[in-house]
Design a protein around this ligand. Structure first.
Ligand SMILES: NC(=O)c1ccc[n+]([C@@H]2O[C@H](COP(=O)([O-])OP(=O)(O)OC[C@H]3O[C@@H](n4cnc5c(N)ncnc54)[C@H](OP(=O)(O)O)[C@@H]3O)[C@@H](O)[C@H]2O)c1
Length: 245
């Protein structure tokens, strides 16, 4: 019998849960009766999200400002969550950003900001949460990668590198953890209509109606969480079905 036997299986962490895709996933989980712990980088952003979501979902949602680039802060956040609930059933590694430009024009600071947020931050959360899930013999970790993790584009040196790396991390962690009952999946969305950094510099299009929406990615997370426990879709690509011609 696993340690999690008889325990609720509805406790989730969503990184970058203040806005965009993370917020959509948090809302979907809350709507299904999960307890959700959010983090995002800025105090103002997390406070606004907690105010709005708390009004709708009460004490089921809580959160703190955490910079995922800081391993000590990540460990402290996970320890805080485990002081509030006895386990963690779902981790969504979603916090991320993009800085774009030709490789010789990117600054070292921009490179580090992207790699440390999108890749190091995901590792720190995996590192902190995996032992908890291994003890439970159960859990699911979703890494929000991107189609940019398989398809390089000009100007994408830092972002592509971070997402190629995140897919590698996700697949290796999947092989490490599945024998302990812990599932790990990378979700690779195409363009999602959010305030994602630098969107306006990359796209002149004003009509975003063709794009995926945060709730589409959230629907995939909920779908996977309802999957039979013997099955593990480890890499999920999601595309807008009707991109502009
Ligand atoms: N939008 C797309 O087209 C698209 C497509 C494929 C994959 N993705 C991926 O999906 C994820 C979410 O993107 P999004 O479009 O929802 O972006 P977004 O609307 O810009 O939201 C980004 C979230 O990440 C948080 N964040 C950024 N840096 C952080 C840090 N150092 N520590 C903690 N939190 C941090 C932000 O917190 P603050 O609010 O505090 O700034 C915010 O909550 C990213 O990993 C992105 O690469 C996006």
């Amino acid at each position: 019998m696993s340690e999690n036997e008889g325990q609720p299986r509805n406790r989730a962490i969503v990184t970058g849960g203040s806005r965009g895709i993370g917020r959509g996933i948090a809302e979907a989980l809350l709507g299904q009766g999960w307890r959700v712990f959010l983090c995002s980088r800025s105090e103002g952003s997390i406070a606004e999200a907690l105010h709005e979501l708390g009004g709708r979902f009460g004490g089921a949602v809580a959160g703190r400002a955490v910079d995922v680039r800081n391993q000590e802060a990540v460990d402290a956040f996970v320890a805080w969550v485990l002081g509030e609930v006895e386990g963690i059933d779902c981790l969504v590694n979603n916090a991320g950003l993009g800085r774009f430009g030709p490789v010789d024009e990117l600054t070292g600071e921009q490179w580090r900001e992207v790699l440390q947020t999108n890749l190091d931050g995901a590792f720190y959360f995996l590192h902190a949460v995996a032992p908890v899930m291994k003890r439970q013999g159960d859990g699911w970790i979703f890494n929000i990668a991107s189609l940019a993790g398989k398809n390089p584009f000009a100007g994408g040196a830092a972002y592509n590198a971070s997402k190629f790396g995140l897919i590698g991390l996700s697949e290796a962690a999947m092989l490490d953890l599945r024998k302990h009952g812990v599932r790990v999946s990378a979700i690779l969305p195409g363009s999602v209509d959010t305030g994602f950094a630098d969107r306006d510099q990359r796209s002149e299009r004003k009509d975003h109606g063709w794009m995926l929406r945060p709730e589409d990615v959230a629907a995939m997370v909920l779908h996977l969480l309802s999957y039979p426990s013997r099955a593990l879709p480890s890499l999920v690509e999601m595309r807008p079905s009707r991109p502009p011609k």
